[in-house]
Design a binder for this molecule. Structure first.
Ligand code: TMP
Length: 215
């Protein structure tokens, strides 16, 4: 891969898995190598997609509506932010992407995975028929019971954070299923460790691919 090629990296895991601090330190590490970094999130990342995020997280709706809104937000995000940044050679670090839709709407809510596959193709295929997928997905894997303990002391919960533990068990198994389908794309991080050990494991995933120095 040439140095000027963009990199699309996504970060996934159930609520409470602790992705945020690690995303920030990976951003600093890439910047230290002289790369331009675009730090973004889903649902969100554009003014329109952030409005849709507010609806998805707070307004009651059925799983089809939820799926359509997260994919509508994704379409705008890809067109306005992700694709232009990749074309410009940037490193795009995105807090959640389509694996979250399969995990939350598909496995968590029980929505039809084949419909999600169709929406994925509609939203992520370019004019040449190539399906945009992350170059790497860092998956913070954490037992739902541990995540529930961490979330108990957290902020006012949104429509997802307030779900019962069984929901997060299904979401976690959804991530495992997506990882099994594309093992080369996923780096599984054991998130049930002290923060420094998690940070080290995350860093190793990037070093192994030759994208960052090892410490
Ligand atoms: P965040 O709190 O990590 O920013 O994520 C927002 C919430 O949205 C989180 O509970 C997961 C959920 N979500 C979905 O249900 N489907 C999706 O496609 C995405 C991207 C997030």
């Amino acid at each position: 891969m040439s140095l000027s090629a963009g990199l699309f990296i996504t970060f996934e895991g159930i609520d409470g898995a602790g992705k945020s601090t690690h995303i920030a330190s990976i951003a600093r590490a890439f910047e230290a190598t002289g790369r331009r970094v675009v730090l973004t999130r889903e649902p969100g990342g554009t003014p329109l997609a952030e409005k849709l995020r507010g609806l998805v997280l707070n307004d009651p709706m059925d799983p089809l509506c939820e799926s359509l809104l997260v994919f509508a937000a994704r379409r705008d995000h890809l067109a306005q932010v992700i694709e232009p940044a990749l074309a410009d050679g940037a490193v795009v670090l995105c807090d959640r992407f389509t694996d979250a839709t399969f995990a939350y709407q598909g496995h968590g809510r029980g929505f039809d995975l084949r419909v999600l596959e169709q929406l994925e193709a509609w939203v992520q295929r370019d004019a040449h028929g190539n399906l945009r997928q992350p170059d790497l997905t860092v998956w913070f894997d954490l037992p739902a019971a541990v995540a529930a303990e961490r979330l108990a002391s957290a902020r006012v919960p949104d429509r997802f954070e307030s779900q019962p533990q069984a929901f997060f068990q299904r979401v976690a198994s959804g991530y495992a299923a997506r990882a099994a389908q594309a093992p080369q794309r996923f780096a599984r991080i054991d998130a049930d460790q002290p923060r420094d050990a998690v940070a080290e494991a995350v860093r190793r995933a990037f070093a192994q691919r030759g994208w960052l120095p090892s410490s």
